[in-house]
Design a protein around this ligand. Sequence first.
Ligand SMILES: Cc1cc2nc3c(=O)[nH]c(=O)nc-3n(C[C@H](O)[C@H](O)[C@H](O)COP(=O)(O)O)c2cc1C
Length: 402
Amino acid sequence: MSEPKPKVVLGVSGGIAAYKACELLRRLTESGHDVRVVPTASALHFVGAATWSALSGNPVSDQVWEDVHEVPHVRIGQAADLVVVAPCTADMLAKAAHGLADDLLTNTLLTARCPVVFAPAMHTEMWEHPATRENVATLRRRGAVVIEPAVGRLTGVDTGKGRLPDPAEIFEVCRRVLARGAAEPDLAGRHVVVSAGGTREPLDPVRYLGNRSSGKQGYALARTAAARGARVTLVEANTGMPDPAGVDVVRVGTALQLREAVLKAAADADVVVMAAAVADFRPAAYAEGKIKKREGEEPAPVALVRNPDVLAELSADRARPGQVVVGFAAETDDVLANGRDKLRRKGCDLLVVNEVGERRTFGSEENEAVVLGSDGTETPVPHGPKEDLADTVWDLVVPRLP
Ligand SMILES: Cc1cc2nc3c(=O)[nH]c(=O)nc-3n(C[C@H](O)[C@H](O)[C@H](O)COP(=O)(O)O)c2cc1C
């Protein structure tokens, strides 16, 4: 017999981004979830019940007075494995924070005992209003995952923070939250900084020294931290990947820019994870014009200078007492011995050591590593998705937090 499909309630409230929830619904159903859409009356002004019903294959109602014999105001929430509200209006955040129950979605939120994810979307002023800030804080304190809105074009001509993140990225958060089952969002209330990608050190306006880091491991760390309730700052260098939902992204190019962005974000961080491949050296000189190939002349050698060691600096000079610092080391030989040596030299709390090779590390979807602790612990992580390694890192970070 096949496994029963996980039951997801997709709550849709009355924001202009309601149409984007159709794509989230599609992704959820196509990946084997049984989705019950519960829109609010306002949401039905934007997208009609016929669309939700046809895409989900389930009945759709916004109120408690239909199919009363099935007691839907209680049953839908009780049966759910996950409730995700996307988009979530300022009004819905307020209702959820105060426990109102005047329609089917608000009743469902009160009867659900499963993880709940809110993906707010609204104008910047509404998002920044102290009432909304307090409602978000209340919901997070109670264990809900509230995804930070993205920055960009809002309804009409306005731009700012308040945009619904990409549905594909909200889907990733849902997938991770479901995978964790009933586990608490154990990074709620924490600020986590993750660096990802590879720095590029310019030689002239068209050339640079770079490395093969794709940034996928850092993105997996950012996504999993957001799904565990953290406020996440992702400092990314040259990955070209879409922003993960609920994550503040700072884009940098060079090692010096990365250092500045990471140190700034680390000032109030509980955890800093340096997953980026930061160039050890940069060209000593930058040529303002393209270096020309000249007939009969050998190219001049490229002199290099050292870049600052950001991991060692973060570890030696913690911005906050108890801040946990995690490093990464990609090694080609003597992996564990080199890893232990690097952990000692850098002074970080955890070092994720992996062997560079085929199907592993750079560009791959999968990884295999040993996480070394400054307390002498060694945690092997078997070959698997980069998200599994990311979750193991968070599992090891959480007990180290003050
Ligand atoms: C065109 C239009 C767009 C709106 N967009 C949003 C929005 O993005 N976020 C929001 O919080 N409210 C938005 N509102 C206001 C909500 O629809 C209003 O607060 C409503 O009462 C929310 O009801 P609900 O939370 O039950 O869905 C919008 C209203 C209109 C008319």
